[in-house]
Ligand binder design. Structure first.
Ligand SMILES: Cc1ncc(COP(=O)(O)O)c(C=O)c1O
Length: 348
């Protein structure tokens, strides 16, 4: 018999829409969004553009589509896109930049997902017969694979100054930007003003079942809308889905601080257990990276042992397990998960 799932820490994408979110969705006014006639989608696009201080926005089905439309709109085939080597766009979007935009990715190593401006400067190509022109720089905040780390605003502003001098646009994969906003108290606009386009996801910590919003200038969004159509992302009466995002904007932002407190609590409970290591400086939002340095267990076998006892957390590589807190997990479940980690590590 399958063990009942007690705590699902695999990702903040596993949240299910609450009853009140579903009721709000059911009442949404809808229309044909491909004709620009869905009032709920129009309202969501206006609200997100306003939140980020941008002229316009575009509702799309997923974070991947949002990022890839941004790449396609910013670049021309044959260009190079600078990014951090662990970023989502480079690692987890199934090679889409090469396939859809015909660009070459230029991954640079960063520190907890953060690029050093001098490294970015070195990577920008001079005009030369032999080299691919640099067409875009991508940043990710918070950084997923680095463990939910926050991109310091000062680093973003330095990279933005460099990008402006060189005439290169900047795209922010802000799938979890609102986690950075809540953790730092720095408003979304103050992050977004440094970049030309921002992708914000609603189906992660914000708890909606579907949807991301790409924000930028009016002209950019007009061109992006065309690419959304090309990719089959024009969704007709999708206001019923966009309503979940409006609900999340009103109800699920401030509460991200509960997820951050739960992640910190989990890290604190785990940090002195035998055979694992946690860098508390890295625990900045809703993720905990657990480094497994156990004589009998590696990240995969520990993750399997946890699953057998009802705690789900993914091994992200050979030495790390990632635990993600979200709105379907409360403090008691965190304490329960910590006890199960303890039992396994002590008995192994
Ligand atoms: C940082 C980041 N960007 C983009 C995405 C893609 O989002 P989606 O799964 O909606 O395509 C994810 C998904 O986890 C993510 O973590």
């Amino acid at each position: 018999m399958m063990q009942r799932i007690l705590v699902d820490l695999r990702s903040d994408t596993v949240t299910k829409p609450s009853r009140s979110m579903r009721e709000f969705m059911a009442r949404a006014e809808v229309g044909d969004d491909v004709y620009g006639e869905d009032p709920t989608i129009n309202m969501l696009e206006e609200r997100v553009a306003d939140l980020l201080g941008k002229e316009a926005a575009l509702y799309v089905p997923s974070g991947t589509m949002s990022n890839q439309i941004a790449l396609k709109t910013h670049t021309r085939p044959g260009q190079e896109v600078i990014c951090e080597e662990n970023c989502h766009i480079f690692n987890y979007e199934a090679g889409a930049p090469a396939l859809l935009s015909q660009v070459q990715m230029r991954p640079l190593s960063g520190r907890f997902g953060v690029l050093d401006v001098s490294e970015v400067e070195k990577a920008i190509r001079e005009d030369n017969l032999h080299t691919p022109p640099t067409g875009l720089i991508c940043l990710e905040n918070t950084h997923n694979r680095a463990g939910g780390t926050i991109y310091p605003l000062n680093d973003i502003s330095e990279i933005a100054n460099l990008a402006a001098q060189k005439g290169i646009p900047l795209h922010l994969d802000g799938a979890r930007l609102m986690n950075a906003v809540v953790a730092t108290g720095i408003p979304a606009k103050d992050w977004a003003k440094y970049v030309d386009s921002v992708s914000l996801c609603f189906s992660k910590g914000l708890g909606a079942p579907v949807g991301s919003v790409l924000s930028a200038s009016k002209d950019f969004i007009k061109r992006a809308r065309k690419f959304r159509k090309i990719l089959g992302g024009g969704m007709r009466q999708a206001g019923i889905l966009a309503a979940a995002c409006l609900f999340a904007l009103d109800n699920n932002i401030a509460r991200l601080s509960d997820d951050h407190a739960n992640a910190y609590l989990l890290a604190d409970k785990l940090k002195n257990l035998p055979g694992i290591f946690i860098d508390m400086k890295q625990v900045q939002t809703n993720m905990v990276m657990v480094y497994v340095k156990h004589s009998k267990l590696n990240s995969l076998s520990l993750s399997q042992a946890l699953a057998k006892k009802g705690v789900l957390a993914n091994a992200v590589d050979a030495e790390r397990i990632r635990a993600v807190t979200h709105l379907d997990i409360d403090r008691d479940q965190i304490l329960q998960a910590a006890d199960i980690f303890k039992d396994i590590l002590q008995d192994a």
